[in-house]
Design a protein around this ligand. Sequence first.
Ligand SMILES: NC(=O)c1ccc[n+]([C@@H]2O[C@H](COP(=O)([O-])OP(=O)(O)OC[C@H]3O[C@@H](n4cnc5c(N)ncnc54)[C@H](OP(=O)(O)O)[C@@H]3O)[C@@H](O)[C@H]2O)c1
Length: 305
Amino acid sequence: MAMTTLHIVGCGRVGRSLARLWAEAGTFSIGQVLNRSVESAREAASFIGQGSAVERLERIDAGDWLMLAAPDGRLASIATDIAETLGGKDREPGAGPALAFHVSGAEPAEVLRPIGRPVASVHPVCPFSDPSRAVETFAGSHALGEGDDEVLDSVLAAFAQIGAATMRFDPVDKRRYHAATIAASNFLNVLDDLALGLAESAGLAHEQALKVIVALQRAGLANIERVGPVQALTGPIERGDRAVCEKLARTPGVAGNDLFMALARAAVDLAERKHGGRSGYLPDPLRELFAESGIVRSGGADGGL
Ligand SMILES: NC(=O)c1ccc[n+]([C@@H]2O[C@H](COP(=O)([O-])OP(=O)(O)OC[C@H]3O[C@@H](n4cnc5c(N)ncnc54)[C@H](OP(=O)(O)O)[C@@H]3O)[C@@H](O)[C@H]2O)c1
């Protein structure tokens, strides 16, 4: 049986990573690759090892699939452009695509409705910052899909073929789900940048600091996976150790650091939830310590990282 052809509109980090995995797995043969610039589409085809860079979509055959992996905010207008390019209501009988899907975690599958074919959306929950690395690490990621019943299982099956753990989902608010993935993923980078800045300004070499911080986080994540973020919380804020917290709040690099202070207050909230008022945990004095970075800074700390 002939392999299904997948055409791609928007073939950046996610598009080229998935396409290469599918090409290597023999799931799809990659067809047209359309980006904003044809040079970028050529680079994508070269990375994938298949596909033809095009300046506009050409005919799509009846059984072919179409993936949109362009930025979230452009999906609606690209879908309308595709509908026009492919002929809208006057499309040639029998012309494709058989279905269209996108990979955004923020937009519903519905945004592709103008294309006039069954639609789906599958969000690969994986950081694709470097496609060469993403193709090595993608297997084992989750891929969450929603869309038209008649095609969703087939699209999810394509993700399963490249090692994703697939599932259907039906979020009440997809943007809020997207915010959850940003909180879990992007904010980890923010935390590590904060932690590395402090460790390096304390005199640790970058590589040493990175090793220590990542190992600490791995162990913490294992605990969070086991008992959840509230029960897994530990440290001086969780213990309600006012003396240590006072020193912490006055430490150069901490005092005056709004991000650290805001996170410390959030940790006090978590600790309060963990102790539930049962063990004499006194959150308010700690909140005061971490309330106003400016007040603590007047105690002599320099406030910079
Ligand atoms: N990055 C992640 O970790 C991640 C994870 C899961 C899902 N996603 C989703 O994946 C999608 C793509 O994200 P990305 O990170 O791969 O973005 P990206 O690296 O910026 O790639 C976007 C691609 O879309 C092309 N493009 C932009 N406007 C276009 C248009 N009007 N017509 C045709 N092509 C167009 C760009 O072409 P040029 O190269 O010519 O500019 C670029 O190649 C988004 O929906 C995003 O939410 C991302």
